[in-house]
Design a protein around this ligand. Structure first.
Ligand code: SF4
Ligand code: SF4
Length: 370
């Protein structure tokens, strides 16, 4: 284990000092941390990582230190630690500042380097022949209408999601020329570039932005200000409560003549960053037999680029969900984020669990009565 020693008088200016000093080292966050649950090592806990950040800031450790490099990558960035922290530590922001400094030069993971060099996710997927037809764009954004945001991975790998959103929100437009929200960049050592991309997207889509990705929604909510962006379940529950006439008729989804058993995987950024967890459950209860999996609120190990950077830990974190989905005899396992969806689909295939992984938008579309 790395020893961090006594603090020297100078600091390096890597972290916001107020954010870094907020932690009172109480350890309440340890049981909430999925990587600590796997390793039982202090360094792999939120408190341990903040201690490492402080050592980096104070100059007691350098970015070359193998423990620093390892832990900067091993953290999922799920922010479960924030939800239980009595001191209100903004761990997600600290992690961004850490990776901005840590992932430079030869310490830069390949994916992070590609993102920072300007390789757009959609462009990369297009080069691999993976871009398919998402919802048709409708020209410039009309500020009086809600806007469907076409996430980079969603429009390429899961184009049916945006088409389903249009059936649920028929008055929405799909502004042309949408860029990337910048969340992946910000979480991979490029927070300045990420913030710039978020601002550009916000300017291109004045008014309400509806996102089907919890990660994108939470990042834009933080960057553009609360109220500009709504994740799909958040948007639908609020809109249908305010104006019941806008709600389409939903029926129970049947499988083999019985009501479908439906489980959910929360999006970490959505649940822990935006506090949205009741809305998707309320919608799922309307259309099926909702089963709360014990791990529903715990990270699935997808975590942006994490499954590529840390495949072993990623699979270890996912494993309990696969066991629980099988034991619960689910028909559907619902995601609120396409990265989670890909992770769950891979896990289901590997574990041969007979459950269909599906995005909330597409399951709601299946429940449309007409
Ligand atoms: S719960 Fe908060 S204050 Fe306590 S150790 Fe964890 S991050 Fe620090
Ligand atoms: S963000 Fe998640 S993985 Fe990282 S320290 Fe916090 S709880 Fe642990």
């Amino acid at each position: 284990m790395t020893t961090v020693g006594e603090p020297p008088a100078t600091t390096r200016g890597i972290f916001d000092p107020q954010l870094l000093s907020a932690c009172i080292s109480c350890g309440f966050c340890l049981p909430a941390c999925p990587t600590y649950a796997q390793t039982k090592l202090e360094n792999s806990s939120p408190r341990g990582r903040i201690t490492l950040m402080r050592a980096l800031e104070d100059g007691r450790l350098d970015a070359d230190d193998p423990t620093l490099q390892h832990e900067a990558g091993l953290c999922l960035g799920c922010r479960a630690c924030e939800t239980v922290c009595p001191a209100g530590v903004k761990y997600g922001e600290l992690l961004e500042q850490w990776r901005d400094h840590q992932w430079r030069g030869r310490h830069t993971p390949l994916v992070a380097g590609g993102l920072r060099m300007g390789v757009r996710v959609t462009t990369a997927l297009a080069a691999g022949g993976l871009v398919r037809r998402a919802a048709r764009t409708t020209g410039p954004a009309d500020p009086s209408r809600p806007h469907v945001m076409l996430g980079c991975m969603e429009r390429s790998l899961y184009p049916g999601i945006s088409r389903a959103v249009l059936r649920l929100v028929p008055d929405a437009d799909v502004p042309a020329g949408q860029g990337c929200c910048g969340a992946l960049h910000a979480h991979n050592g490029g927070s300045v570039e990420g913030a710039r991309m978020a601002a550009t997207l916000g300017e291109a889509m004045p008014g309400t932005i509806v996102s089907t990705s919890g990660g994108c929604a939470a990042y834009l909510d933080h960057q553009l200000g609360h109220g500009r962006v709504a994740e799909l379940s958040q948007f639908l529950v609020a809109r249908w409560a305010a104006d019941p006439s806008s709600k389409p008729r939903l029926r129970k989804i049947l499988v083999d003549g019985r009501v479908a058993r439906i489980g959910l995987q929360d999006s970490c950024q959505l649940r822990n960053g935006m506090g949205v967890s009741a809305q998707p459950r309320a919608l799922l209860r309307e259309i099926g037999d909702y089963v709360e999996l014990p791990s529903a609120g715990t990270c699935c190990g997808g975590a942006g680029t994490y499954s590529m950077l840390q495949p072993t830990m990623s699979q270890a974190v996912l494993a309990p969900t696969m066991v629980q989905a099988q034991e619960a005899e689910l028909d559907y396992l619902v995601s609120l984020n396409v990265v989670c969806q890909r992770q769950l689909a891979t896990g289901v295939k590997r574990s041969r669990v007979p459950v269909q992984v599906i995005h909330l938008a597409e399951l709601l579309e299946l429940a449309l009565a007409d």
